[in-house]
Write a protein that binds this ligand. Sequence first.
Ligand code: FMN
Length: 302
Amino acid sequence: MVDTKVDLCGITLDNPVIAASGTFGYGYEFAELYDINCLGTFSFKGTTLEPRYGNDVPRIAECPSGMLNSVGLQNPGVDAVIAEELPKLRKSFHKPVMANVSGFSTEEYAEVTRRLDESDMSDMIGWFEINISCPNVHGGGMSFGTDPMMAGEVVKAVRKVTEKPLIIKLSPNVTDIVAIAKACEDSGADGVSLINTLMGMRFDLKTGKPLLANITGGLSGPAVLPVALRMVYQVANSVDIPVVGMGGISSADDVLEMMMAGATAVEVGAANLTDPFACRDIITKLPHVMDKYGVKTLRSGI
Ligand SMILES: Cc1cc2nc3c(=O)[nH]c(=O)nc-3n(C[C@H](O)[C@H](O)[C@H](O)COP(=O)(O)O)c2cc1C
């Protein structure tokens, strides 16, 4: 028998598969399709202080082996997440969840984290995933994740308001992702997760205009897997904190490959949008794939 369990910042996951933020809502929608307790866990939709309607449509464009999105952090705001979304989730999910936090200022990141941490839903939260890498909003998001000093400031501010593990979500849209990861580690992060989407665009041949109303969007899906593997490998070899690897994972083989690159756990994003059962099926197949490649445990790196 193989052992699929992994430890992420002091919490044991039954398996390393985490549904990625923005592709799994607040979980309960997927609970109507299957028992989501089979997941390692999931990262809920990026949550901001105020409600956000997101960017204008069209905000999705298909690409060969992937997709572009420019959703722009649509979410009901932290107070509604605490009052409405998490109580619904509590009924169907009985594991610690990853709380994905976004912001437009250092203070906002800290305030959203503080409200979640001090709320009566706090016991549901295992980790905070601080998204400093959203490419689809202006004046926030990715601008914090492309500068080591700004990234460090966000980490320090959030560190002050919670004792839960802090996982900082990094952007691939940088020259040196290792420098950002190290700045996060030095500022008190317990882990990093990567990659968020790669900035891209497409044009409508009939109009000659960009397909997305936001003009640019973030590329994800199988097309980005090699980029993600390279960045996870570089970061995992440079920091002493766990790395959650994501970008293009759509099979149990991909999970193993990402862990070989140095990831402690993995997230699965766009695959949930093409097949809502993707995470469940990957988890079912993982022990067989481990067996096939002679991998007995995932805990100590493979
Ligand atoms: C439609 C969509 C919405 C997303 N929203 C968020 C978000 O709110 N917060 C976040 O940290 N990442 C968000 N992401 C990024 C994913 O969590 C993930 O980092 C990225 O898509 C790469 O993984 P993948 O190739 O498996 O999709 C979003 C991705 C997609 C496709």
